[in-house]
Every structure is written in structure tokens, then in C-alpha cells.
Write a protein that binds this ligand. Structure first.
Ligand SMILES: [Zn+2]
Ligand SMILES: [Zn+2]
Length: 121
């Protein structure tokens, strides 16, 4: 790995940089994978594409995908619940009722895409 502060190449288990004395995993000036210069708020290295967030590296980058998967699974269910409430509440108003049905149909479409995505995965 490379020191994140000064960019010196170090052993992967190094706890301090021999070049600058800092924790090599702290700092924001260099990519830990390839040593390329990075900016403070950069999320990935533009030279090698590796994640610059946290010390966990690859494990961290899985969480947004898991979150999206869970969200896409539960949102259609919420769609049915809220759509159902709308249909019942708007029984007297035909325009609101049709909007509520659109909501329910959109939720079914969302679930269909879930099955497609699960099939591909
Ligand atoms: Zn250093
Ligand atoms: Zn890099």
C-alpha cells in the first residue's frame, strides 16, 4: 500500500509511515492502492478506480447495493398499502380514485422489475 499522506510505498501491515510518521491509512493526499495524488473529498481514485472511503475498502462499497436491493423489494409493498388506502379514501372522487389506481399499477410494475432483476442476478 501507499501512505495516504505522503504517497510513500509501504508494507500492507505498516501501522506508521516511515516517510512522514503518520498513520498511512489516514490522510487524503494519495491513493492507498496506487499512490496517485488524490483530493480531500474524492470518493474513488481516478488513476486505479479503487475506493478511497474508509479502511474497510471493498466491504464498504457493497452497502449501497444492499440498501438499493432492500429498498426496491419493500417499496412496491408500501405502494400497495398506500395505494389501497387512497382507493378506499377516494371512493367518492373519481379523479382521485384513478390517480390512486395509477399508484397501485406503478407498484406492480416495480415488483415486476424486481423479479426481472432477481432473475438476472
Ligand atoms: Zn507518509
Ligand atoms: Zn489509485
Amino acid at each position: 500500500m501507499f501512505c495516504r499522506t505522503c504517497g510513500k510505498e509501504l508494507n500492507d501491515k505498516a501501522v506508521a509511515c516511515v516517510g512522514c510518521g503518520m498513520d498511512p491509512r489516514e490522510g487524503t493526499e494519495h491513493c492507498p492502492t496506487c499512490g496517485a495524488p488524490t483530493k480531500e473529498r474524492q470518493v474513488i481514485c481516478t488513476a486505479c478506480g479503487s475506493s478511497l472511503l474508509g479502511k474497510a475498502g471493498k466491504e464498504w462499497s457493497l452497502w449501497p447495493y444492499i440498501g438499493l436491493l432492500v429498498l426496491s423489494f419493500f417499496v412496491p409493498i408500501f405502494g400497495w398499502i398506500f395505494g389501497g388506502i387512497h382507493v378506499r379514501g377516494a371512493a367518492a372522487d373519481s379523479k382521485r380514485k384513478s390517480q390512486a389506481w395509477h399508484f397501485v399499477i406503478a407498484s406492480f410494475v416495480g415488483l415486476f422489475f424486481n423479479f426481472v432483476l432477481m432473475g438476472l442476478g
